[in-house]
Write a protein that binds this ligand. Structure first.
Ligand code: GLU
Length: 318
């Protein structure tokens, strides 16, 4: 049964953080840019915020990390707000079964990426967010959105990480150019990628990220303002996409082991949404061979087992 006693959840995150501290297989930290390569693999943080507004955290829950691909969830939310379901003409919603930065499906599928969470899909989303803006304004819009949903004006973008992304983003540049050739990118590629690289470079901690996920737990509603960030239907669909496509080509394994909609990033963060119950952020920078946080995935598996929060459990929330 889902835990109802506050003390249980705090005891649980404390226990999981302690168990993670003793793990020797921590995976490998992403090393394609210095801003990520220098992060100490020893870190582990977790924060859970529940539907009643409580926060439970342990470990390095207040230490900033690069949210990377987790930003794709929020950029998708913004893009849907701009163009609505017309977005699905330009991006699919099927798992790709390929690596996050793969180009192979794009040719056969005429420049329409499989889903919004592989890089090609996220780059199309950046193109949508950019419409009617200068790149700087679009980046500002994403940052303001993150601050708004997290209820925290302290969130920033790490410029060094954004620069590193741009300096090494040969594959992303190829993806964007390729899709532009198919007519699925409307703005100059450098501008679109400028937006994409900056959103990837958002620096947040677990507490902020868990709070940012609240609207997806609460059927689209912002708990502080009471306004809907998205409709209940849209929140449900974003959660569905996270379940099916949120962990690159390790999404099936994550659903199998954890069973909670989640989105990971190569910075080692994972945001998980338990609809109606909790928003969870974990961070540990070492990655497994699919590019997902090794300890983050393990910690979430233990949380899911202890709480019964897998969405594949058919029990009434307590
Ligand atoms: N900025 C990274 C890239 O586009 C994102 C990687 C990720 O977190 O999946 O290569």
């Amino acid at each position: 049964m889902p835990l109802t006693v506050a003390a249980d959840l705090q005891a649980l995150v404390d226990r999981v953080a302690e168990e993670m501290a003793g793990q020797t297989d921590r995976g490998k930290v992403a090393d394609y840019i210095p801003g990520l390569a220098r992060v100490d693999p020893k870190h582990f943080g977790i924060a859970i915020t529940t539907h009643d507004g409580k926060m439970y955290s342990a470990g390095d829950a207040e230490m900033n990390f690069s949210i990377q691909s987790i930003s794709k969830v929020f950029a998708l939310t913004i893009a849907l707000g701009k163009v609505g379901d017309a977005l699905w003409k330009r991006v699919g919603r099927e798992p790709s079964g390929n690596a996050f930065n793969s180009i192979v499906q794009l040719e056969a599928e005429h420049g329409i990426p499989r889903n919004p969470f592989i890089n090609a899909g996220a780059i199309v989303i950046s193109d949508v967010v950019l419409a009617g803006h200068e790149p700087r304004e679009a980046i500002g819009e994403i940052l303001r959105f993150m601050r708004e949903v997290a209820g925290d004006d302290g969130i920033t973008i790490d410029d060094e990480v954004a620069r590193g992304e741009a300096e090494t983003g040969f594959r992303n540049t190829a993806l964007a150019n390729y899709m532009r050739a198919f007519g699925n990118i409307e703005h100059p590629v450098e501008q679109v990628l400028g937006v994409y690289f900056h959103q990837c470079a958002l620096a947040m901690n677990c507490k902020q990220l868990a709070k940012a996920g609240r609207y997806l737990m609460l059927e689209g509603q912002h708990p502080e303002t009471g306004f809907n960030v998205v409709s209940p239907m849209r929140a449900r669909r974003i959660n569905a996409l996270m379940m099916l496509c949120g962990h690159y080509d390790g999404s099936g394994e994550f659903a199998f082991r954890v069973g909670i909609p989640g989105k990971s990033g190569v910075g080692g963060g994972i945001l998980c949404v338990v609809p109606g119950i909790a928003s969870i952020a974990v961070w540990s920078p070492g990655l497994n061979d699919r590019g997902n946080s090794t300890l983050g995935s393990l910690a979430l598996e233990r949380i899911a087992v202890a709480t019964g929060w897998s969405v594949f459990n058919q029990r009434e929330p307590g």
